[in-house]
Design a protein around this ligand. Sequence first.
Ligand code: ADP
Ligand code: GLC
Length: 490
Amino acid sequence: MKILTISAEVAPFAKAGGLGDVAASLPKAFEQLGHENLVVLPKYGHIDIRKYSLQPTDIIVAVPMGTWTEYARLWKGILPDSLVTVCLLENADYFDREGIYGNPEGFTDNDRRFIFLTRAAFEAARTLGFRPDIIHAHDNHTALAMPMLKINYSHDAFFNKAAGILTIHNMAYQGLYDSQRTMQFMGLHKRHFFKGSWFEQYGAVNSLKAGIMFADKVTTVSPTYAHEIRWTNSGEGLQDVLHARAADLVGVLNGVDYTEWNPEIDTMIYKNYAQNSLAEKEHNKHRLLVDFGLSTEEILDGTPLIGMVSRLTPQKGIDLLEKSLEHFVKNKIARVVLLGSGENRYEDFFRYLSKKYPRRALVQIGYNNSLSHKITAASDFFLVPSRFEPCGLTQMYAMKYGTIPIVRATGGLADTVVEYDARTGYGTGFVFHQYSAQDLSNAMNRALSHYRVKPHWDIVRHNAMSQNYSSLIAAQNYINVYQWALEKVR
Ligand code: ADP
Ligand code: GLC
């Protein structure tokens, strides 16, 4: 199959969260399964073109934007450790800015930037002679690829045999745009937009809704989240839209690129280790603590280390930590290491904690890929107390590193972490259900109580490391969805 992936993030070039990881690991896995890929993303100003050997071409693509034409120069490269072709769209006006989305509020012309990206992806594919069987868009940023396929390109023989797939990574971001501008940039007659139309919500264009309505198949990133978004407020106001497409909606659990996230070969951690050499994991903990300035005495004091790497947004359950974490740190029950960035109030909470307990609350505000690997390898436990979590990747990474996840049973966290049962020796982590600080504290206490009981500690780590959430499994599941979609359009 020929698969065109369009995404606002593709790791390692441009990544704000898990979307970037998945938009890279899936095409790599498709390639291993024998499929052909073209991956399209913007050439953002911050992308390190030298590090990734990205090359400019002399191909300029004309991009219809309503009644006029705009242009993108194509840059080409490959996804590291693969032969997957990546095409980056250069347009300095749109993409040569600080960051990807312009957080926290978003750039005011994100509608125009992402419509340009999406439309340019079709035209780049045509120019490169890549006639796709599948057009796979990710999240609201590129969701308008679905109506484009079904309206703008419906009579275009190059594209109209392709099936359109939309993957929802997060219902909380929907891309609400001004209707006049959107119809204009998409080159669509205003008759396509009216109250109750597939584009419309509350008088605006809702990109995610339009994507859901026009896609041949809609997927989301875990089975539990697929259920939650229809039946709970995780649907963020689009429950009815999802009900309307229920027959074509499926949860496909994300997978992990184990060529990148594997303690046996990870080049970013201090020392490689495997299930049968967990003593080396301890070495990673020591080195991380040294890097955070702790003394030998402190390093050897036997305190368990709880790691966390996260965007700091309301989704991630930080308000539960505000109510519970200090107790553990203050009473020397645990040491915490956090890497994250996001909303000021959450950053301030962690700054407060680290200022008050500099030896036991180790905090790095910012984004740092290499440190995220080191923390995953060095920690004893990994905390993901999310309010909601479409899938979550960090708990899956943690398990592979023998770092025991403490998670809330929501979305993909519920699908991937099983509470450890001391009687049966079954389970991979510690799980709480109610969104409350008390339930989180109880789960942390259960987790910590097993830390010093060596037989249990060995078994739960062994169980966690034995899990297989490979992106090859996810990719095969997507291929099945693609085949199902093609039956519909051909
Ligand atoms: P989300 O996509 O909601 O942020 P995921 O768990 O799916 O959550 O993916 C988050 C990804 O982003 C992981 O690869 C994680 O390691 C990475 N990440 C998050 N925050 C940081 C940070 N501050 N520095 C480095 N990597 C980060
Ligand atoms: C989103 C979700 C996260 C998921 C990621 C990749 O950012 O918040 O749960 O793992 O996308 O699908």
